[in-house]
Ligand binder design. Structure first.
Ligand SMILES: Cc1cc2nc3c(=O)[nH]c(=O)nc-3n(C[C@H](O)[C@H](O)[C@H](O)COP(=O)(O)OP(=O)(O)OC[C@H]3O[C@@H](n4cnc5c(N)ncnc54)[C@H](O)[C@@H]3O)c2cc1C
Length: 388
């Protein structure tokens, strides 16, 4: 019999870590990602042409490891050149007193190593998964799931691809995004419930991407902004390894700003979760751009780093489900995976983690591996495939 085939929905860190670990266990995975490339919240915004400047890591800023397991993963990715250390000056700007306090404790902050962009991380995870037999389909969105009918036909996933809907069959399924809860409701209500619970305390976030004509003199490289109603973080993209300033030798620095949680919540309350490509969404982003730009101008000038001198108009991005809330199901948090009673539909992601560990690349990676471990055990028990 052929090796079992697993459909992994979502090509972020969790989905790719899962596909890689399934491959290690001799199981083929097909990663199906709704977007046009892998990465999810650990991705990079490019202005065309791709892989050249200007680029902004508009989601995840840097990767750090707390557990021994993820530390060894980071070592592997450093060795492969997919991650590199972001060396620079980091600290906190108290914007009420316009005072910057540099971090004295040295912490290892890892960013993209191949091209200096966060997208390098998922590009490498995809490469490693493909080396282990996985394949990827982009622009493929999971719309619905039907449970196995007992005749050995496996799970049926309804997938939208190239504007058409098709049915795909898999021996097992992995769902990696809390937004998939409604899609799983009918076939796996328990899993949908766990995902919905984590989505309840979730927080949105906005990123503002800036291209400057002249540098912010003396500004540090990574700045946590405290006591500010609009901002939480500023990063000098062009200080990351292998990065240079603007396009074609023009431009001096690229910066990314992240909103405060309160500001993002207020914007979403006022404008709603507007759909991309609509006038309402453009209006919301215009409002965000103007408010965040004013706040960046104010804090950088007050801190003594000079006037903001824009080379190009800034742009904003909304992360609707930026950070998950606490995982309400203690067993799911502990195991880092939610499983259906039959064990062949599992859900993972940065939301399936113990209290205080959610919402980080480390949590996503460990959850992806846990999902693969749970599936490998279930498929072995079910005897689905001669290879197991
Ligand atoms: C602004 C911001 C800053 C951050 N900073 C840091 C940081 O400094 N350090 C850190 O460790 N972490 C940080 N994080 C968190 C980190 O980015 C995430 O924890 C991690 O990337 C989550 O990976 P994931 O695979 O669980 O989810 P995701 O990356 O969200 O991946 C889920 C994927 O599923 C896809 N998908 C959704 N629905 C469907 C569907 N129906 N069909 C098919 N595909 C679908 C999505 O397109 C997405 O690609 C930050 C996040 C944000 C938003």
């Amino acid at each position: 019999a052929a090796a079992p085939l697993v459909g992994v929905f979502g090509g972020g860190v969790a989905g790719l870590a899962c596909a890689r670990a399934l491959g290690e266990g001799g199981v083929r995975a097909v990663v199906l990602e709704r977007g046009r490339s892998v990465g999810g919240r650990a991705s990079t915004r490019f202005a065309p042409p791709e892989y050249s400047e200007p680029r902004w890591d508009h989601g995840c800023q840097f990767v750090s490891a707390k557990s021994a397991r993820f530390s060894s993963t980071c070592e592997r990715l450093l060795e492969a050149g997919a991650l590199a250390e972001w060396e620079g000056t980091f600290g906190t700007l108290d914007s009420r007193h316009d005072r910057f306090v540099e971090d004295v404790k040295r912490k290892r902050r890892l960013v993209g190593g191949a091209t200096g962009a966060m997208a390098d991380l998922c590009a490498q995870l995809l490469h490693e998964a493909e080396e282990r037999g996985a394949s990827i389909v982009t622009r493929a969105e999971l719309l619905g799931v039907a449970a196995p009918d007992g005749a050995g036909a496996g799970w049926e996933a309804r997938v939208r691809r190239n504007g058409a809907t098709e049915a795909m069959r898999f021996d097992a399924l992995v769902a990696t995004d809390r937004a998939m809860a409604p899609v799983l409701e009918a076939a796996a209500p328990d899993i949908a419930g766990s995902m919905r619970a984590a989505a309840q305390g979730a927080a949105p976030s906005f990123a503002l991407m800036l291209e400057l004509a002249t540098p912010l003199e003396g500004a540090p490289d990574g700045i946590f902004v405290a006591e500010n109603p609009v901002l939480s973080w500023l990063s000098k993209e062009s200080s990351k390894p292998k990065r240079r300033a603007g396009r074609d030798g023009e431009g001096a620095e690229l910066w990314t700003a992240h909103s405060s949680a309160e500001f993002a919540k207020l914007v979403v309350q006022e404008h709603g979760m507007t759909a991309r490509g609509t006038e309402a969404h453009d209006a919301a982003l215009e409002h965000v751009t103007s408010e965040m730009l004013a706040a960046v101008r104010e804090v950088t000038q007050a801190a003594g780093w000079g006037k903001l001198d824009l080379l190009t108009p800034p742009s904003a991005h909304r992360w609707g489900n930026a950070f998950p809330g606490p995982c309400a199901d203690a067993a799911v948090a502990e195991r880092r995976v939610a499983s259906s009673p039959c064990g062949t539909l599992v859900a993972c992601g940065d939301w399936a983690a113990p209290e205080g560990q959610q919402g980080r690349v480390e949590a996503a990676y460990l959850s992806g591996e846990a999902a693969a471990g749970a599936l490998l055990a279930s498929l072995a028990t079910a005897g689905a495939g001669a290879k197991l």
